[in-house]
Ligand binder design. Structure first.
Ligand code: IPE
Ligand code: IPE
Ligand code: MG
Length: 247
């Protein structure tokens, strides 16, 4: 494992400072497509290739957790044809890539409220989770129908129910307990957040978890975000001085 890591890690990256968790707001698919004179959905299709390619980098470079924002709770407000296309695209990709991802040791998890996504996608999500549950090479978290505020409210509701049922005392509620009620339970907080297409905002993504995450914002559209730029982003991250409020 260690030998494989060293041979595959690009020379500019420091093997002692590999982020444990990288998250990405995959933005700019629509603008990428427009630039090529293509329909927006072509951008989503191309964007999926970027995900595949970066996931392989994570595995090869020893990044244990990779999280992507695929569909927000606000994205339901897009035209129905685009929403339907995305749901079909996620389902199709999970179906076509599952065997390969499983063979490569990818563990798939989902963030977000599953109950509101189409049944055909839920079925595929369940299959992906069950198939890959014991894999250990890299954990791939896909946020679908995810919104951070809704995640936090749901956590509060679950905790309140426990208190009401006398299974928990208010004094026992602390940060560490709270994180156990989030969709990211068990994952380390992201070390690095990448947002493509130049928007300088979080768009309701991982508000709790990103408290001390390093941000890398690039003008590159997601479908154009290459392995090379990913390597650059990690190199930039490795130069940062993470103080966590200390001196
Ligand atoms: C990101 O690309 C993909 C999703 C939100 C599903 P966009 O579709 O937001 O692309 P732009 O921002 O319109 O270019
Ligand atoms: C954020 O991108 C959501 C995803 C990448 C899934 P959006 O394109 O939806 O965000 P805004 O609207 O620019 O904030
Ligand atoms: Mg966008």
């Amino acid at each position: 494992m260690a030998t494989q890591l060293i041979t595959k890690l690009p020379a500019i990256l420091d093997p002692t400072k590999i982020p444990q968790h990288v998250a990405a707001i995959m933005d700019g698919n629509g603008r990428w497509a427009k630039k090529q004179g293509l329909p927006r959905i072509a951008g989503h299709q191309q964007g999926a290739q970027t995900v595949k390619s970066l996931l392989r980098c994570c595995k090869d470079w020893g990044i244990a957790n990779f999280t992507v924002f695929a569909f927000s709770t606000e994205n339901w407000g897009r035209p129905a044809v685009e929403v339907n296309f995305l749901m079909q695209l996620f389902t199709g990709l999970l179906a076509s890539e599952l065997v390969q991802m499983h063979a490569e040791g990818v563990r798939i998890r989902f963030l977000g409220d599953r109950s509101q996504v189409p049944i055909f996608l839920q079925t595929m999500m369940d299959k992906a989770i069950i198939t890959t549950a014991s894999n250990q090479a890299v954990t791939f978290n896909i946020a679908i129908n995810y919104g951070s505020r809704s995640e936090i409210v749901n956590a509060c509701r679950s905790i309140a129910q426990k208190v009401q049922a006398n299974q928990l005392e208010p004094y026992q509620i602390d940060e560490s307990l709270f994180t156990q009620y989030l969709d990211t339970c068990g994952l380390p907080d992201p070390d690095l957040l990448i947002r493509t297409s130049g928007e300088q905002r979080l768009s309701n993504f991982l508000l709790w978890q990103l408290a001390y995450t390093e941000l890398y914002i690039t003008n590159t559209y997601w479908p154009d975000f290459s392995n090379d730029e990913f390597m650059q982003a990690i190199a930039v991250y490795q130069q940062r001085d993470r103080r966590f409020g200390k001196v």
